[in-house]
Design a binder for this molecule. Structure first.
Ligand code: GMT
Length: 376
């Protein structure tokens, strides 16, 4: 099939999922066209099955806000016609589902029918989409999609609770490419760069937004390191990062915490990690937790949103109420304090990650595409 994928090209989970999905579809013989404003971060290789089309938004001083949706929908129409695209898959409702619907309408006027699949990722529903200034348009564009998927049952429920949705939402969980993990050699980043041999490596990866509760990450680590010799790897960048650095300084932890910023060494860091922390306020899925589990890293997380669908309490890690930092630290010490316990949690985390292997999830998207062709 010839498929156009619209996504955010940044380090966020929705862009990562869209990119990895497109690459695997291309691997299976589909022709994939990524359409966005910058080459997606994980899209290193373009080949005969993978194309990238940049959306340019010309700056014009009259506009206080540049009209990205307009440029995106025009680009979609041009590319869909030029490459005879058969299906449009938009990731993240805002503004992609809206721009996709506009493209559909313009193409309809020219006698072309293009089925549209919208995948909801989380903040497009729970944090941003739900804002009264966006809600009407988000609701409209979800209802106008031919097929809608969400990355967890929890997000599906949130979508029905927050919006007036009249169509079915199919749950297709996020995935991980386990073969990549098995085959990737560890080259550039060495364990000794991160910690001494007797120290445990504890990792957090996110976009450092408020929703990630970065002060909780530091509070949990602060308690752990009082009992267990350990270091904290803080990977990613965002508005809360500077505050986090200051907090570590105030707590006298700076020599035990490394701030990597946005890193291309995520796999190497996770491969050496002993524990992953994700105490988010809300998380529709928690792809970062799954990426950690795929490296056999147990997860201490909050129990919000879709996290219980990814991390199994007492098996791959532990879940606690949002903000319960003492309990999170106690559970972390329970895992890290005993070698046998740690080994068994590591084994379980990897075993659970297997359930989300791309090989199991990709066919679900392929059948959704058939459904979109059928209903459109
Ligand atoms: O908040 C983020 O981590 C970024 C955001 C995004 O849109 O990229 O992540 C959302 O989508 C991911 C991929 O489906 C999910 O794994 C994250 O849980 C979700 N974030 C939230 O719900 C806060």
């Amino acid at each position: 099939m010839k498929i156009a994928i619209v996504c955010y090209p940044t380090f966020g989970g929705s862009g990562v999922v869209a990119t990895e999905l497109g690459l695997e579809l291309a691997h299976r013989g589909h022709e994939i066209h990524f359409i966005t404003y910058r080459q997606p971060v994980r899209l290193a290789l373009l080949n005969s099955n993978v194309f990238y089309h940049e959306v340019n938004v010309p700056e014009y001083p009259l506009f206080h806000y540049q009209p990205y949706e307009l440029a995106l929908s025009s680009k979609l129409v041009d590319i869909i016609k030029l490459y005879k695209i058969e299906l449009l898959h938009v990731h993240y409702a805002i503004p992609h589902a809206y721009a996709g619907f506009m493209a559909k309408q313009m193409l309809k006027d020219q006698g072309i029918n293009i089925p549209m699949v919208t995948t909801l990722h989380g903040t497009d529903i729970t944090l941003v989409g739900n804002h009264p200034n966006y809600k009407t348009a988000v609701s409209f564009s979800i209802n106008k999609s031919d097929v809608v998927t969400s990355v967890s049952k929890s997000l599906k429920n949130d979508t029905y609770n927050l919006f007036d949705i009249k169509i079915d939402i199919y749950v297709i969980p996020n995935f991980i490419e386990l073969d990549k993990h098995r085959n990737k050699p560890l080259i550039s980043c060495q364990r000794s760069v991160m910690a001494r041999s007797e120290e445990m490596i504890i990792t957090h990866i996110s976009n450092f937004r408020k929703v990630k509760r970065i002060p909780d990450v530091i509070a949990v680590f602060s308690k752990i390191q009082q009992t267990i010799p350990s270091r904290l790897m803080m990977v990613g960048d965002g508005p809360e990062k500077e505050k986090a650095e200051r907090l570590c300084e105030e707590l006298g932890l700076l020599d035990k915490v490394i701030f990597f910023g946005n890193s291309n060494e995520i796999d190497n860091i996770l491969a050496y990690s002993d524990l992953f922390l994700l105490p988010s306020e809300t998380e529709s899925f928690g792809l970062a937790a799954l990426e950690a589990m795929a490296w056999g890293v147990p997860v201490i997380s909050s129990n919000s949103g879709g996290l219980p669908e990814v991390n199994e309490h007492g098996y791959s890690g532990y879940l606690s109420a949002v903000g319960a930092v003492d309990e999170m630290a106690t559970n972390a010490i329970k895992i890290l304090g005993n070698k046998e316990t740690l080994d068994s949690f590591k084994k379980n985390a990897l075993a659970l990650a297997n359930k989300f292997d791309i090989k199991n999830i990709l066919p679900l998207y392929e059948s959704i595409y058939q459904e979109a062709l059928r209903v459109s």
